[in-house]
Design a protein around this ligand. Structure first.
Ligand SMILES: NC(=O)c1ccc[n+]([C@@H]2O[C@H](COP(=O)([O-])OP(=O)(O)OC[C@H]3O[C@@H](n4cnc5c(N)ncnc54)[C@H](OP(=O)(O)O)[C@@H]3O)[C@@H](O)[C@H]2O)c1
Length: 171
């Protein structure tokens, strides 16, 4: 079981524009059967965590907001209830302990944003960082991971439009 940050990113280190657009990412070509693609990654995941803006993006852009995976949304806001989603403002250690138990040996996916991933790292809970780099820069937006973290490069692959890299966190 590993705790993984898996995300798409611009070349200059942003996961969304200032106004939370992902058009620059979702418009790209990727082979769903190719290296580091989402379908195979998703099979490994037993629990997800994300912040309020990421959840709001899903609500705004997806008719069937989220798959059947147990998900923790860290927030102080009052969102409408959603199946399999727990809304919490608990600390990341407590949240991670709950996620690990529910994941039952599968991986934990910290979806983002970057500051939440940083909080998991601060608590010593982040194991891997997988990034698909899209061939563009954004010039600003939501930062991918606003921390100083030493990583070991484990895997590099091209998947159509994307440069895909997998790292482990050096402890
Ligand atoms: N490129 C990709 O693959 C990818 C992946 C993930 C996300 N995204 C996008 O990137 C953007 C991320 O937005 P963001 O950087 O603002 O991050 P975010 O984590 O989605 O949202 C941040 C907000 O979540 C709440 N929150 C976060 N951590 C919390 C904690 N520990 N306890 C309680 N509340 C907490 C806070 O809002 P409240 O206090 O108001 O609740 C905080 O302002 C979104 O647009 C998302 O759609 C892109």
């Amino acid at each position: 079981m590993a705790t993984i940050y898996y995300t798409g990113c611009s070349l200059d280190g942003f996961i969304a524009t200032e106004d939370h657009s992902l058009d620059w990412l979702t418009s790209r070509d990727i082979d769903d059967e190719g290296p580091m693609a989402y379908p195979a990654f998703s099979q490994r995941v037993g629990a997800c965590a994300m912040g309020a803006n990421t959840w709001q993006w899903i609500l705004d852009h997806d008719d069937d907001p989220w798959g059947p995976k147990p998900t923790w949304v860290l927030t102080h806001r009052a969102f409408a209830p959603s199946p399999q989603v727990r809304f919490t403002s608990a600390g990341v250690r407590e949240v991670h302990a709950e996620m690990t138990e529910v994941a039952a040996g599968k991986d934990v996916w910290v979806v983002g944003g970057g500051e939440l991933v940083g909080a998991f790292h601060d608590a010593g809970l982040l194991d891997e960082v997988w990034i698909q780099y899209a061939p563009c820069t954004l010039g600003g937006g939501a930062p991918v991971l606003p921390r100083s973290i030493e990583l070991r490069l484990e895997e590099v692959a091209r998947n159509r439009d994307f440069a895909c890299v997998r790292h482990t966190v050096v402890r």
